[in-house]
Design a protein around this ligand. Structure first.
Ligand SMILES: [Zn+2]
Length: 82
């Protein structure tokens, strides 16, 4: 696997796998394989989907709570009016 790393002053940065190391590093990191990168992307995508789901769940719960409170206030208002 050929690394597509580019040199920035005294550092090397690989856009493909996100690695970054010192030019003088005697043991530079090995480039990730396509399989590794695909696998990591899948994990990131899954984490994002989970976060979105959790956010949606919270929003629905909050909306439900506020509607419950609103109904309670309406009932209370009606009771006070009579
Ligand atoms: Zn690389």
């Amino acid at each position: 696997m050929k690394c597509t790393a580019r040199q920035f002053s005294d550092q090397k940065v690989c856009n493909r796998c996100g690695h970054c190391w010192d030019m003088n590093d005697p043991d530079p990191p090995k480039c990730k394989t396509d399989k590794q990168i695909k696998c990591e992307r899948a994990i990131v995508a899954r984490n994002m989907a989970m976060k979105e789901l959790a956010w949606l769940g919270n929003t629905t719960k909050r909306r439900y709570e506020s509607e419950k409170q609103f109904a309670h206030r309406v009932r209370k208002g009606l009771r006070d009016a009579t």
